[in-house]
Design a protein around this ligand. Sequence first.
Ligand code: UD1
Ligand code: BG6
Length: 760
Amino acid sequence: MCGIFAYLNYNVNRERRYILEVLFNGLRRLEYRGYDSAGISIDSSLPASLSRDPNSPLSLRVPPLVFRQEGRIESLVKSVYENVAATDLDLEESFCAHAGIAHTRWATHGEPAPRNSHPQTSDPGNEFLVVHNGVITNYQVLKETLVRHGFTFESETDTEVIPKLAKFVFDKANEEGDHGVTFSQVVLEVMRHLEGAYALIFKSQHYPNELIACKRGSPLLLGVKEVSEGIAASSFLDFNVLKNGKPKELFLSSDANALVDHTKKVLMIEDGEVVHLKDGVVSIFKFDNDKGKNCGALSRTASVQRALSILEMEVEQINKGSYEHYMQKEIHEQPESLKTTMRGRLIRGGSCKAKSVLLGGLKDHLKTIRRSRRIVFIGCGTSYNAALAARPILEELSGIPVTMEIASDLVDRQGPIYREDTAVFVSQSGETADTLQALQYASENGALCVGITNTVGSAIARNTHCGVHINAGAEIGVASTKAYTSQIVVMAMVSLAIAGDTISNQERRDAVIDGLYDLPNKVRDVLELDQEMKELAKLLIAEQSLLVFGRGYNYATALEGALKVKEVALMHSEGMLAGEMKHGPLALVDENLPIVVIATRDACFSKQQSVIQQLHARKGRLIVICSKGDAASVSPGGLCRIIEVPEVVDCLQPVINIVPLQLLAYHLTVLRGYNVDQPRNLAKMELLNERFISRLRLLGQVILVILLLALKVEAYVERYLMLFLMICDFCPLWVAWPDVFDELGTLSNEIELGNSCLDS
Ligand code: UD1
Ligand code: BG6
């Protein structure tokens, strides 16, 4: 997952060494998101004879420096300082104003390599530089048009079209005599041609000490630190903080983690906004796709007013504290994170008895939800598993049918979603592309959209009709742990809220609410299994595979436990529905394959006992998770390895049962020597999805067809060529024939638009 960061100091002196360190630290804060290369850009030193006057001709200005490196951030840092030493660049040179940009890249288009890393550039003179988070879906069309206008491309990225397009727009304005074209006008015009999801930061030597940020679909925040104000936060809601030209430091990032070191005053940049940092002033323009579409001159858009808000995130929250890894810290933090999730939401009755739940974000929508024809849970990965764990209690308490959808699958199938549905979107980050696409789809189909997310201000929080924040605190480890348990707890509370206060369900409701009160203590107890799980991990260290069987409330625990082992310990692991055991998986059972069976006390307990017996009869190597005191009931002949966990009310048992499996995955990973917090090939949130990839593939095929048609080859030659293409894995083109024609229509419009704009 890419990350972007920028630092601009205005009217406050900062040495080059300081600026570099701020940029590097910003990148370090983004590290957890997963990346394979990184880069930065800063200003170079001016020869004594030259001034930094922005009005001086370009020939008298020195191009900014760009450093890009494959691999870890520390190798970028090393290469920058080596370069500095080799070129005698003065690290003590002081800048009263300076704009620096930085990026961590996670390869999507093109292998990890310096040429594909960001900042991407417009030309060898680095006139325009861009860092990008997201994907540009129409980059092929733009690239072809720019190539026709003489641009040469050095990378395989989709990003490279952006700085080149900026240069093209800038040069064209100047050729036409518009020498006063502003940086924001250039970027607004560039945005008009971009399709896809992106957050961008632009730096240009035509606009020294200025930065532009804009976004559509990918997260981006601005942090503001007024240097003279100390730590007082009195004026945070005042727009003047953004408008005055007082000394300040401004930060841009795709992630709040990179800002909290410096300031808590932030502006969540909205989709379609262009933020221009110049002379200590922050101007915000609203991008309007229609504006300036048909007029020759670049549009002059009025700026809009926005106020800053305060980040509720402490630096300590994102540090590891006494733990070795974030995942370890987050597992052990669960008693606290669960308390925070429930704080202020559980209402006690008289004599300290449980009474009800209050979810501020849902209370005005409960009636509509109760009238729904069905509730659809939608999510990916761990968030999907959390929803699956909560499904039985929601069905039981609400009486409404609850269905499950993996976000990408719903979008692929264009599955039925109706106005009478309540669609619940579960996402830790609130920014996962698949889940966002499903949200857009459900919202277009008229469903009531409810969000359950950990991230205030995220796309899901903003674009759902209502929802609940899980308030689990920042989760840094790529493998979700504390967010999973908080998600289940929030969904149990949502079930209670929907159920309302009827006499018939009172006993059950009270039991669940009492269970919620006691849950953090029970999680604290189960964490005492840490050492035992480490011992078990030592036994399993060399295994190839691990099966996890669960059913009922704990089918989700089986899926999630297996997912944890798979994603961090890089060991093949499958979560299975125990009821399906005899329909296939039983064939795998032998005395070597380790199998975890979840058999805690609930309505399925006796069925799980029978599963254990069947596995045991086939000499299965069993590890059984059972309720305290049940060892003898679940281990025939005492032959199974037993993990005893505290018993809680059945619907909350998945919160307890997942903890030993989280610990097992953690210890297995450490013992196997893998990276716990940034597993291979995984990112905290997944922005680029297969739908984009298949669209790009289709685009490639369409371009090929256009080329064929343009060649005007003889009809029979054309037919044979088509046949040949179909055989060579181009069958999807044939299958998707009607779509191809749709795409062709859109594409020819795009090409016309691109050409008319770039050629005019
Ligand atoms: C809110 C405040 C909390 C305060 C409490 C006092 C926020 C973020 N939360 O918490 O600081 O202590 O009131 O009563 O200001 N929402 C969505 N989609 C989502 C998630 C949330 O639309 O995916 C909406 C909710 O409908 C609600 C708002 O965001 O309007 C805040 O949600 P939440 O934080 O869960 O509300 P409270 O718990 O009431
Ligand atoms: C994937 C992550 O990209 O997204 C998973 O690798 C995560 O760990 C999934 O569970 C869903 O993320 P989110 O933020 O929508 O809960």
